[in-house]
Design a protein around this ligand. Structure first.
Ligand code: SIN
Length: 463
């Protein structure tokens, strides 16, 4: 009997669809198909690959409403955020369609008259991706598009919580004319598919977005066949508000970075570090703005905060809030829940915590939920020390109008993505990725296609 996967709506607990998991044999077959088709796809010229990607992006735009509804249904995020995610996905496809035409090699000035030295780039081969439930379309697009643009074939396992939008995206790629064996999906349990991907001799690259522990195990398992890896892992983003900052701007941007996708975003601000002279004013204003946010079903008009993806996520958020409160944090907004284990839905009202101190769990672990913990600092050096005291290094934000403070923070924060007076730095044309245990490699920007390419060096002698 084939295993089935129930996809549920996290806002209601209702089953949206049951899909069949691929068997091990089916997954192996698809890997073999992707490997075999690599030769043909990598020989399609770059301009044709670019045109096919452009057609895919057009198809996605034509189906924007359908795809956004699917995302809201299976992930729960507000419909307007889901629509934004569809367009964000297109931005990656459009960007990499253009990048396909800019995969350049080079010649190296020779050290001997009889020699010529040439460097060329070629696609790595079959790429296997594992994508998360928090941005089921965008995280898939930003892996599939550079892989296909580079001339790699691609296979993805979407998150079992949210497979439907990714599957529909890939069907649209086929409708746009991208051959079926060039871009495929499989469904199944993460550990089973992960093991098949990492142990397969056909797969030359693993790309993953998700938790740091799973990322580490994929890296370990990929070592056996020395595969390329790109890892977008956990984050624990600090957001620093300096003494001179524009407080209203900092509050507005904190709301947008902290509560995007109900706080279930790797680059969400997780530790809000405010100069002691303005900490109360900032907290009051943040609490006031937070109290205006509407929590509910993502399909309801005006919803800002959707459900938490599942019970495990909900329990972790609750634990973080309760641990902080027990250890002395003050609740400035939220700490209210609406959940039904039987039915299977879990909501957390956006929460602001004041007077948060280093011994609280929330200062060390990624909450992945709508909770804004505020702590204070005296000197900018201390703010940097607090911000960097984590094994993660994905995103960091800072608010200051003093160029010296801004420059100091730019140079001293150990994070791959920085937002200076900006809570939304992500863009298809900019590199996204983390330092330390937040990952390896970058997605998007000029950097985003390189991890899908091999460098080949040719030395011609006897000339
Ligand atoms: C993520 O949570 O990993 C993605 C967020 C983004 O692309 O901005």
């Amino acid at each position: 009997m084939a295993e089935t996967i129930q996809v549920t709506n996290p806002a209601t607990g209702e089953v949206i669809k049951e899909i069949q998991a691929d068997s091990k044999e089916e997954i192996k077959q698809k890997l073999e198909n992707g490997h075999k088709f690599f030769k043909e796809w990598s020989n399609v010229n770059a301009h044709k690959r670019a045109r096919l990607l452009q057609k895919w992006s057009q198809k996605v735009r034509q189906h924007k409403d359908e795809l956004a509804e699917l995302i809201t249904k299976e992930n729960g995020k507000p419909l307007k955020e889901a629509q934004g995610e569809v367009l964000y996905s297109c931005a990656y496809i459009d960007w990499f369609a253009e990048e396909a035409k800019r995969i350049y090699g080079r010649t190296i000035p020779t050290h001997m008259e009889s020699k010529r030295l040439i460097v060329t780039k070629e696609p790595v081969g079959l790429v296997a991706a594992i994508t998360p439930w928090n941005f089921p379309a965008a995280m898939m697009a930003r892996k599939a598009a550079p892989a296909l643009a580079a001339g790699c074939t691609f296979i993805v396992k979407p998150a079992s919580e949210t497979p439907l939008s990714g599957m529909r995206f890939i069907e649209l790629a086929h409708e746009a004319g991208i051959p079926e064996d060039a871009v495929q999906y499989v469904n199944g349990r993460g550990s089973v598919v992960g093991d098949l991907f990492t142990s397969s001799e056909y797969v030359r690259k693993i790309t993953f977005t998700g938790s740091t522990p799973v990322g580490k195990s994929l890296i370990r398992n990929s070592a056996e066949t020395v595969k390329h890896v790109t890892m977008e892992l956990g984050g624990h983003a600090p957001l620093i508000v300096a003494e001179d900052a524009d407080i209203d701007l900092a509050v507005e941007q904190t709301i947008s970075t902290k509560f995007r996708n109900s706080g279930q975003t790797c680059v969400c601000a997780n530790r809000i570090i405010v100069h002691e002279s303005i900490a109360d004013e900032f907290a009051d204003k943040l609490a006031e703005a937070t109290n205006k946010l509407k929590t509910g079903n993502g399909f309801e008009e005006g919803t800002d905060i959707g459900p938490i993806i599942n019970e495990q996520g909900f329990e972790k958020i609750k634990e973080h809030i309760e641990d902080a409160v027990e250890k002395g944090a003050e609740v400035a907004a939220g700490q209210e829940y609406d959940s039904d284990k039987e039915k299977g839905y879990f909501f957390v009202k956006p929460t602001v915590l004041k007077n948060v101190t280093p011994e609280m769990t929330i200062m060390h672990e990624e909450t992945f939920g709508p909770v804004a913990p505020i702590t204070s600092f005296q000197s900018i050096e201390e703010a940097v020390e607090i911000a960097n005291s984590t094994p993660y290094g994905l995103a960091a934000y800072f608010f200051t109008n003093d160029y010296r403070t801004g420059t100091f923070l730019h140079e001293n924060l150990k994070f791959g993505i920085l937002g200076w007076n900006d809570g939304g730095p992500s863009a298809a044309h900019a590199p996204f990725g983390g330092m330390k245990e937040s990952g390896l490699g970058r997605e998007g920007g000029l950097e985003g296609i390189e991890p899908y390419l091999e460098t080949k060096y040719l030395s011609i002698g006897g000339y």
